[in-house]
Write a protein that binds this ligand. Structure first.
Ligand SMILES: [Zn+2]
Length: 321
C-alpha cells in the first residue's frame, strides 16, 4: 500500500470496483471475508485497520496532503520536493548519473526499465522499506526466512537469489563487499550489451518471483527464475537476433569460487597435446570446495583448442546425463 497503491493482483471484483463494495452496509463494518479473499494478508490487515464512519457517507476523492482534503498546488509542490529528497540513493551523484544513463540505454521493454529505475532509487516496496515507512509488519524475507527483506538482501544476499545468479548463464558470484548500487552500475553499464540486458531482466524476474511467492504462494525456484529470464531475453531479442550470452572475460581469470550452499559446481577443461592427443578433465565440487566427482579422458584426436573445449563440454554432458 506504499504510495496508496495495492500490490495484490486484481481478482474477485472488477478492476473499477468501488471501496463501498468492501463494506457491509448492514453491520457498517468491513466485509472481512471478501477483503481476505481479494488482498494479501498484509494489505487486508492494513485495510481492516482503517476505521469506518458509521454514517456511511458516499465515496469521494480526497487530497491527502491538505487537512481539508482539497487539492492545492502549494501542497503538491511540497510533496514532490519531499519525495525527491527521500528517494535519493546513498551513492554519489556521478554514480547516479551513470546508473540513470545505463537504465535507459538497456535493451528491454519499458516495464523492465521502469522496474530497474525503481530498484536503483530504492523505492520498491520491500518489507523492510514498508516497515521504515511506518507500517507495522514482519520484515523477514519469505524466500529464506533468514534475514530482513530489503533491497540488498533480496537481489544480492538471499541464499535463493545467490542460487538464481549462479544458475543464470551469467554464472555470477555475488561480490561480498559490494553495495547493490555499485553492482548495478557495473553490470548495467557493461560493454557486453547482452550480458547487461540479461542482468537487468534477471533482476526483474527475481522481483516477479518474489511477488508470486508473497501474493500467490508460488514457490520461488532459482532454476526456473534463471531460465525464465533467459527465455524472456531470447524472445525479446527475436530469434534472428539471438546470440549466446558470454560471461565477460575478466571472470575467467578470477580464482575459483564455491557455489552457493545447496548447489554443486562443475568445472571442465580441455587441452591438445603435440602427439595428436586431446585430453579433458572435469571436477564437481560442493560449496565447501569438497570434490564430489572427478574424471579425465584422453583421446587420439587432433583438433583446435576451441573444438577441444566443445568436445569436452559434450563429453561432460554425456558423463553427467
Ligand atoms: Zn532471503
Amino acid at each position: 500500500m506504499l504510495d496508496f497503491r495495492v500490490c495484490s493482483p486484481i481478482n474477485v471484483l472488477e478492476a473499477d470496483a468501488c471501496v463501498s463494495q468492501l463494506i457491509d452496509s448492514n453491520t457498517r463494518s468491513w466485509n472481512r471475508n471478501l477483503i481476505s479473499q481479494i488482498f494479501s494478508p498484509f494489505e487486508a490487515q492494513q485495510i481492516l485497520n482503517i476505521p469506518l464512519s458509521w454514517r456511511l457517507p458516499n465515496d469521494k476523492l480526497i487530497w491527502h496532503w491538505e487537512k481539508d482534503g482539497n487539492f492545492s498546488v502549494r501542497s503538491a509542490h511540497h510533496m514532490i520536493k519531499e519525495t525527491d529528497n527521500l528517494n535519493i540513493p546513498e551513492a554519489s551523484s556521478s554514480n547516479n548519473q551513470e546508473i540513470w544513463k545505463a537504465v535507459w540505454k538497456i535493451k528491454a521493454p519499458p516495464s523492465v526499465k521502469n522496474f530497474l529505475w525503481r530498484l536503483a532509487r530504492d523505492i520498491l516496496p520491500t518489507r523492510g522499506r514498508l516497515k521504515r515507512k511506518g507500517l507495522s509488519l514482519d520484515t523477514i524475507c519469505l524466500l529464506c526466512f533468514e534475514a530482513e527483506e530489503n533491497r540488498d538482501h533480496l537481489f544480492m544476499r538471499c541464499r535463493l537469489v545467490q542460487q538464481t545468479w549462479f544458475c543464470s548463464s551469467l554464472g555470477l558470484h555475488i561480490p561480498s563487499q559490494r553495495s547493490l548500487q555499485d553492482w548495478l552500475v557495473e553490470w548495467l553499464s557493461n560493454k557486453n550489451i547482452l550480458a547487461s540486458q540479461l542482468f537487468g531482466i534477471t533482476l526483474w524476474k527475481i522481483w516477479q518471483g518474489r511477488n508470486l511467492l508473497v501474493f500467490q504462494n508460488t514457490p520461488f525456484d532459482p532454476r526456473f527464475i534463471a531460465s525464465a529470464a533467459a527465455d524472456f531475453t531470447f524472445e525479446f531479442n527475436g530469434a534472428e537476433n539471438s546470440e549466446i550470452v558470454v560471461v565477460p572475460t575478466s571472470h575467467s581469470i578470477d580464482p575459483w569460487c564455491p557455489p552457493p550452499p545447496g548447489m554443486s559446481k562443475l568445472n571442465v577443461d580441455a587441452g591438445c597435446f603435440n602427439d595428436g592427443f586431446m585430453g579433458c578433465g572435469m571436477v564437481i565440487r560442493d560449496n565447501l570446495g569438497s570434490v564430489l566427482f572427478a574424471a579425465t579422458m584422453l583421446e587420439k584426436r587432433q583438433v583446435s583448442s576451441t573444438l577441444a573445449e566443445a568436445l569436452a563440454l559434450r563429453w561432460v554432458l554425456y558423463v553427467c546425463h
